[in-house]
Design a protein around this ligand. Structure first.
Ligand code: FE2
Length: 135
């Protein structure tokens, strides 16, 4: 049981959708690895990837918001910041203590809940604003 990109997740902004697709693909890779009993090995790769990619992705989204004077900017940015700090904590924790099953489960849970919820609600709202023609 993996996770696939679906059109309903599109926020209507190509550059953002492309980055979301990449995030989901990486997440799917973790789920597949878990099914094969290789979750812990894949988690290490995923956390290092996320730490970099998510920061770039969030910066891109935030730059668009600033450019278009998006009224929800502060709130949106705060959600990004809390996600980034949780990923960083997880990476530090797993570097220090080694990766155990609960880290894999926590990451799965967080990605599933946070990422999908953020894309389908917060980013979709942003996409609608960006496409609305509001300056
Ligand atoms: Fe976002």
């Amino acid at each position: 049981m993996g996770i696939q990109w679906r059109d309903s997740l599109s926020v209507g902004v190509e550059v953002i959708d492309k980055q979301h697709k990449e995030l989901l693909m990486r997440f799917d890779r973790l789920l597949t690895a878990c099914e094969e009993g290789k979750g812990t090995a894949e988690l290490k790769k995923l956390l290092s990837f996320l730490e970099e990619y998510v920061v770039t992705h969030f910066k891109d989204e935030e730059a668009l918001q600033l450019l278009r004077r998006y009224p929800g900017y502060e709130e949106h940015r705060a959600q990004h910041a809390s996600f980034v700090s949780r990923i960083k904590e997880l990476r530090e924790e797993t570097d220090r203590d080694g990766i155990s099953t609960h880290h894999v489960l926590e990451t799965n849970n967080m990605l599933l809940k946070w990422l999908l919820n953020h894309i389908s609600k917060v980013d979709t709202k942003l996409g609608a604003y960006l496409n609305s023609g509001t300056p």
